[in-house]
Design a protein around this ligand. Structure first.
Ligand SMILES: Cc1cc2nc3c(=O)[nH]c(=O)nc-3n(C[C@H](O)[C@H](O)[C@H](O)COP(=O)(O)OP(=O)(O)OC[C@H]3O[C@@H](n4cnc5c(N)ncnc54)[C@H](O)[C@@H]3O)c2cc1C
Length: 358
């Protein structure tokens, strides 16, 4: 069964370029993905979802990434926030936010890369909380967050105490007094993703908005879902570039035939291992395997984009064919730097090797 319906594919194809280059194009994506019913995929039925296994949502990410990585990353952000709710013990907050997020009426923004780096020992927490008259007040900044819709968003952040200790994870609504959304970042790609920085000065964070009291418990628990979903980004991009490479060389024999067959087979094998490992729960229990797959995803996409370039030759820097290639090469660059970045993945894998040498 097709993951995306034809009308959505048509819609994405028409806008892929604009979604990458124009901030204004981002506003329609969330509503269009919600209209296709995609945010419910892979969410338990008891929470309003389709009940399909985790691989189903990754297939959606890959399907979107074949046409537009911007749309796929907006989907990732919304689904990643939904994963935060699925792991939260705060049922009141889940009941309040889940229907809005599933319907795309509210945008979910996981502003957690700083917290993930903090847990990996790579950064300090950039948001701190201090208790004033019994209420926690948040101060600091979030350098990057995607899906910050001006019409309404909720962002997930981690905040420690004044010394950066005992971090908790909190949802902050867009209209919280003291929260300031900066203008969209001047990105060279994925400009239609509503990506910006946030400043917090004295933002009240009552318990009603707490996703989890212990970031050190919560973040490792949601990380496999975040990372598993991201694996779909490069899978879709690799498929798109391989298809474009085949189209570019036409039906005749090409010097690149062997490389293309090998990368197509590697991409198929990758998809098989990823989907099976997510649905049978193995990848959740084996962090090293999941991180290796996440790293491999970046390599596959980069390899496919490189092959597309070789297949196009000089046309890669010309006109319509060149524009699509150029977008995909920028999208591949993004995969190297999105948290966990390739550097962070290598760091995590090195730490795991020290803890549990093979
Ligand atoms: C379009 C876009 C959207 C984004 N959306 C979001 C979002 O929604 N939410 C969110 O939270 N973030 C988001 N981000 C942020 C992103 O995911 C990463 O956090 C950020 O791009 C990478 O951090 P970094 O620049 O510190 O790179 P890193 O790879 O962490 O660091 C880069 C540099 O630091 C050095 N370095 C790092 N670790 C070590 C080490 N252990 N030892 C030695 N040197 C080291 C590297 O060698 C390199 O020079 C987004 C980014 C982009 C581009």
């Amino acid at each position: 069964m097709a993951v995306l319906d034809e009308s959505l594919i048509h819609w994405l194809k028409e806008r892929a370029e604009a979604l990458d280059t124009h901030p204004a194009e981002g506003d329609a994506v969330l509503a269009r993905l919600a209209q296709a019913g995609l945010f419910a995929v892979g969410v338990p039925q008891a929470e309003g979802g389709t009940g399909a296994g985790p691989a189903a949502a990754v297939r959606v990410v890959a399907g979107l990434a074949e046409h537009s990585l911007s749309a796929a990353f907006v989907f990732w952000a919304q689904r990643a926030f939904i994963e935060c709710l699925l792991a939260s013990p705060n049922r009141g907050l889940v009941r309040k936010l889940m229907p809005e997020l599933l319907q795309g009426r509210l945008a979910g923004a996981p502003g957690l890369s700083n917290a993930m780096k903090f847990l990996g020992g790579l950064d300090r927490l950039r948001v701190s909380g201090s208790t004033v008259s019994g209420t926690m007040r948040l101060d600091g900044s979030v350098a990057w967050a995607t899906n910050l819709h001006r019409q309404g968003f909720v962002v997930a952040i981690a905040a420690g105490d004044e010394r950066g200790d005992n971090p908790s994870v909190i949802a902050v609504p867009h209209d919280a007094p003291g929260l300031q959304r900066e203008p969209d970042l001047d990105l060279l790609a994925l400009r239609g993703t509503n990506t910006a920085a946030l400043r917090l000065s004295g933002v009240a964070a009552g318990e009603a908005w707490q996703l989890h009291p212990q970031a050190r418990v919560f973040l490792p628990a949601i990380r496999p879902a975040f990372i598993g979903l991201q694996c779909g980004l490069g899978l879709g991009l690799a498929r798109a570039s391989l298809r474009a490479a085949r189209h570019a060389v036409g039906g005749g024999h090409s010097m690149l035939a062997g490389d293309m067959l090998a990368l197509e087979a590697a991409t198929d094998d990758y998809a098989g291992a990823l989907f099976a490992g997510l649905d049978d729960g193995r990848l959740c229990e084996r962090p090293r395997e999941l991180l290796q797959l996440r790293l491999r995803m970046v390599e596959l996409a980069a390899g496919a984009v490189q092959l597309e370039l070789q297949a196009l030759g000089g046309r890669a820097l010309l006109g319509a064919e060149g524009r699509a290639f150029s977008r995909r090469s920028r999208e591949a660059a993004f995969l190297t730097v999105v948290t966990p970045t390739v550097v962070q993945l290598k760091n995590d894998l090195a730490q795991l090797a020290v803890q549990r040498p093979q």
